[in-house]
Design a binder for this molecule. Structure first.
Ligand code: PEP
Ligand code: MG
Length: 557
């Protein structure tokens, strides 16, 4: 995009495609955090406790009101944040310190700090909630101090929102006619910012270094495909690029499937789902089926293992939503960023490298057996024959053991390729299973030795890393050699340009969030397989994600 616009630019990780042009705005100041203050006189402590409770209640009420006027993921995150503001543990700790003489603002800071430390230690998704906790803290402090609610101004002109990071309370309920793009210093492809931007359908770039050089009011052009944020571009050229992107989106919205290249080579475009409601929503798109049903997400809050009947009922809902179509169910991927209480995790120093995914089954085969029984029951009820895959397979022996347990129940076994060892021995693994599905989120994490949740390392975990794509190529070739299907179900498959590269590498299906299905299907349908193969070869010859993107864009233009 930049070659015709030679102006100062900063760069980040693109997470939602599209182009936007408008003045930059930044959220209003958060209250200053003064941790020390003289103790309260005993006579005012009871009233100070009441003030704190009232402030927390006001914040909770405002968040609930915004949740009521939002929908989907936005409503869910706002409701979850309102619950944090009403958390008994947090309120109790603050109240206790106020009773001991700590002023309400300082009590709020200290109580939140305890929770921040605890969540950070837990890591994974819990650590991602730290931004939410701090957001609640700031709102309560502003309320206690008689300051305006911190957050995003309501601009009159459509604007590009720039921020260090965005809490759900900031992003949920955003008006997409006024906020036309999101750019943040922190955040990764799976952060709330990215999720909300996807839902709003506005371009989004995260992990942008030096974003603070972009001042409020500066006209900026952002490209959610390349990750560029350009200050003071030529206005006419910028508007032309926005119009081009709008036309592209319009074309995309008319995509009806099935997934195939312009020259008619089939590449299934499938949806990632997490429950019955998600599957029904995905069924409204032109997805050819479900490429990843993340079963563990149905049970994240559960203290005890769901019974076979309970599981079968949920799985039935998903199978019914895509009756007669291809469906791949993944067995529980518990651990690390998705802890499940009933899977009995030990305290581990490195949960991402610990007993997670299929490794839990090797410690307690009962959990896997009962889940497979439930999947088989749902299959029998709906007359469908789902494929079933295991997460985090590292060796051919693991694949063999899993496949046996699946086959005895009349189901079709496959495994995920998320561990580099599995990609390297994909040919041996394929001796035991019928298909492979590459999880690029974890494959990138383990190939690059970089935590997928770390925004500091977002460039390393970028699925465009040529080393990650080399492992994808090797896995796809192993599948082609024996005529077995190899799909991709990580975030990589949601990027239309990368989807074409993956098809060119020999991947036979692409599974992504329902919101990305049309964009991926339309892009793949606009290029020939020959172009995809050329793009794949060009990308494999590069050494970094930015060069890889450029090489692919050139080959696919
Ligand atoms: C992946 O790792 O790419 C994947 C699809 O699994 P998850 O994101 O659920 O770990
Ligand atoms: Mg994974």
């Amino acid at each position: 995009m930049t070659e015709q616009i030679d102006i100062a630019s900063v760069h980040g990780t693109p997470v939602v495609p599209g182009v936007a042009y408008g003045p930059a705005i930044w959220p209003s100041q958060r209250p200053e955090l003064i941790a020390e203050a003289p103790p309260l006189d005993e006579s005012v402590r009871a009233a100070a406790q009441d003030d704190f409770i009232a402030a927390a209640k006001t914040v909770e009420g405002r968040l609930l009101a915004r949740a009521a006027s939002a929908t989907g993921a936005a409503a869910e995150v706002l409701t979850a944040n309102a619950a944090m503001a009403a958390d008994r543990g947090w309120i109790g700790i603050a109240q206790k310190s106020i009773a001991a003489g700590v002023p309400p603002v300082q009590a709020t800071i200290a109580a939140t700090e305890q929770f921040v430390t605890m969540f950070t230690k837990l890591g994974g998704v819990m650590a991602e909630r730290v931004t939410d906790l701090k957001d609640i803290r700031d709102r309560v402090i502003a309320e206690l101090s008689g300051l305006p609610e911190p957050g995003i101004p309501a601009p009159e002109t459509p604007s590009v929102l720039c921020a260090d990071d965005l809490a759900p309370a900031d992003t949920a309920g955003l008006d997409a006619t006024k906020i036309i793009g999101l750019v943040t210093v922190l955040g990764g492809p799976t952060s709330h910012t990215a999720i909300i931007a996807r839902q709003l359908g506005i371009p989004c770039i995260v992990a942008v270094k030096d974003l603070e050089t972009v001042q409020a009011g500066t006209p900026v052009l952002i490209d959610g495909t390349t990750g560029e944020v350009i200050s003071n571009p030529d206005a006419d050229k910028a508007k032309a690029l926005v119009e081009q992107s709008r036309l592209e989106r319009e074309r995309v919205s008319t995509w009806v499937g099935p997934g195939r290249t312009a020259d008619g080579r089939p590449v299934d475009v499938l949806a990632n789902v997490q429950d019955g409601a998600g599957a029904r929503a995905a069924a409204l798109t032109a997805a050819d089926g479900i490429g990843l049903f993340r079963t563990e997400l149905c049970f994240l809050g559960r203290e005890t293992e769901p019974t076979v009947d309970e599981q079968a009922a949920i799985y039935t809902e998903v199978l019914e939503a895509f009756a007669g179509k291809k469906i791949i169910v993944r067995t529980l991927d518990a651990g690390s960023d998705k802890p499940l209480k009933f899977a009995n995790h030990q305290e581990e120093a490195n949960p991402a490298l610990g007993v997670r995914g299929v490794r839990i089954a090797w410690q307690d085969m009962g959990i896997l057996d009962r889940q497979l029984d439930a999947i088989a029951a749902a299959a029998a009820r709906t007359g469908s024959s789902p494929w079933v895959m295991a997460p985090m397979i590292a060796t051919p022996a693991e694949a063999k053991r899993f496949a046996e347990a699946v086959r005895v129940r009349g189901l079709v076994p496959g495994v995920m390729v998320e561990v580099p060892a599995a990609a390297l021995l994909a040919d041996q693994i394929l001796e035991h299973v019928e298909f492979l599905s590459i999880g690029t989120n974890d494959l990138a994490q383990y190939t690059m030795a970089a935590d997928r949740m770390s925004s500091e390392l977002a460039e390393l975990t970028d699925p465009w890393q040529p080393a990650v794509l080399a492992l994808v190529a090797r896995t796809a070739q192993a599948g082609q050699a024996v005529g077995k299907r190899v799909g991709v179900c990580g975030e990589a498959a949601a990027d239309p340009l990368l989807a074409c590269v993956l098809a060119g590498l020999g991947v036979s299906s692409l599974s992504c969030a329902a919101a990305s299905v049309a964009g991926v299907g339309a892009k793949v349908g606009s290029v020939t397989m020959e172009q995809c193969v050329a793009a794949a070869a060009a990308v494999l010859a590069t050494g970094d994600p930015a060069s890889a993107r450029k090489a692919a864009a050139l080959a696919l233009s």
